[in-house]
Design a protein around this ligand. Structure first.
Ligand SMILES: [Zn+2]
Length: 417
């Protein structure tokens, strides 16, 4: 254990709880929407803590807040850690803020150990990750990674018609550092899992291997409208029962891709619906996900075939229209290995896991070598005021982040620990 750095779990927990008071809700959660007064206070507290830890703080043109701990080689590209301080309207105390304050605790622990790193280490709190006030979600990291032009981001409006640019100014969060073209050696993000897998398996750490691919479709089923009382069953072309058969058939064929393949039918709409008319025109949505693009291709073929088989067997029409797609985002093998090596050295239970949700790290992964560390959240709950995490898991995830980042940054400890 002599080479392993350790964070101060009590200090990190105290910081998390202090930050959770900014925008605290009666239900025990947090409401700290992007670029509001609460967000301004959260940013200010975080920046103060960073300065107290000896870091310099700078904001870029879209409000992404960077804090820097200098390296022995100040010209080297920094190893970046981060996440977000904004929350959902009825959010929790850990989503996002955990990754930001875990990164701060990493720096505090390096300071305690009087550690020198070859490369500089930076922390970033990304602007408007949640997408609750301004769409899209993960806006600040999208602009940083070149996935969205700055001008488009600044023109986004909230529900009251306030632009992101105006909100940045009102919040004092618009900086002058250019948001794009910033060299980054690697990016590491710690986050609560926001799902039930780690907790169910009794695993302390999720070594995240990447983000999954997503595709959305609209399926339109066409039958013949007819009277519910006068049309014998064998003469019917019922779009609803056809769609029901398609849905069950889709569920059956996608089960072959378990556990990684996922399918959801989230919206169903019968046009001109009436309780005593046979449904003639029905549309349902299909959302399919898999970490592997080739597997998702196969899932799409199976979904299409299932719909066409069911339609043919009932003499119905079917049209399947793609509406959105996002490719799989595998994380960098070397960075994932650094996380895995840190977990093994620290002796935590762990498993490889795919990120089901979107994260800033997904944008960063298309820009620089990236990896994530997941910790369990109680009952798998997130985007919920009851969102919770256990102190020992919070500490474990941060120890993993510390040792992975220290290794990547080339750590040297002056005196033997
Ligand atoms: Zn988050």
């Amino acid at each position: 254990m002599k080479d392993l750095l350790q964070i101060d779990g009590a200090r990190l927990w105290a910081s998390l709880m202090e930050m959770a008071q900014i925008g605290a809700t009666a239900g025990g959660g947090v409401r700290r929407l992007a670029l509001t007064e609460e967000d301004r206070r959260g940013r200010e507290l975080f920046a103060r803590w960073c300065r107290e830890a000896g870091m310099s703080v700078v904001t870029d043109e879209v409000g992404n807040l960077f804090a820097r701990r200098e390296g022995a080689n100040s010209h080297a590209a920094p190893v970046l850690m981060g996440s977000h301080l904004d929350t959902q309207p009825e959010g929790g105390r850990f989503d996002g803020v955990y990754g930001v304050l875990a990164a701060l605790e990493v720096v505090r622990a390096l300071n305690d150990a009087q550690a020198v790193t070859e490369k500089p280490i930076e922390i970033c709190s990304w602007t408007n990750e949640e997408g609750a006030r301004f769409t899209p979600a993960m806006l600040g990291s999208a602009v940083f990674a070149g996935a969205m032009p700055l001008a488009d981001a600044l023109a986004r409006e909230d529900a009251e018609g306030v632009t992101l640019g105006a909100a940045l100014d009102a919040c004092g969060a618009r900086g002058t550092r250019p948001v794009t073209g910033v060299a980054v050696d690697a990016y590491f993000e710690a986050h609560i899992e926001q799902g039930p897998i780690l907790e169910a398996n009794g695993t302390a750490i999720g070594v995240v291997t990447g983000g999954q691919a997503i595709r959305w479709f609209d399926v339109t089923v066409t039958g013949v409208a007819a009277h519910a009382g006068t049309t014998p069953m064998r003469y019917r072309k019922d779009a609803f029962f056809g769609a029901a058969q398609m849905a069950l058939e889709i569920e059956r064929v996608i089960a072959r891709y378990a556990p990684l393949g996922l399918v959801t039918i989230g919206q169903v709409q019968v046009a001109n619906s009436s309780r005593n008319t046979i449904a003639a025109n029905l549309t349902f949505t299909v959302d399919i996900r898999h970490p592997d693009d080739a597997q998702l291709d196969a899932m799409e073929r199976d979904v299409r075939a299932a719909c066409e088989r069911a339609a043919a067997s009932r003499g119905l029409g079917v049209a399947i229209a793609p509406c959105w797609t996002s490719p799989a985002t595998p994380f960098d093998a070397q960075c994932v290995d650094l996380v895995a090596q840190a977990v093994t050295a620290l002796g935590y239970s762990n498993e490889r896991i795919v990120s089901g949700a979107g994260h800033d790290a997904i944008h960063l992964a298309r820009y620089c070598p990236t990896a994530m560390v997941f910790i369990p959240c109680v009952d798998g709950l997130s985007h919920n005021e009851a969102e919770d995490a256990l102190p020992e898991d919070v500490t474990a995830g941060t120890n993993v982040l510390l040792n992975a980042v220290a290794a990547r940054a080339g750590v040297r400890i002056a005196a033997a620990a």
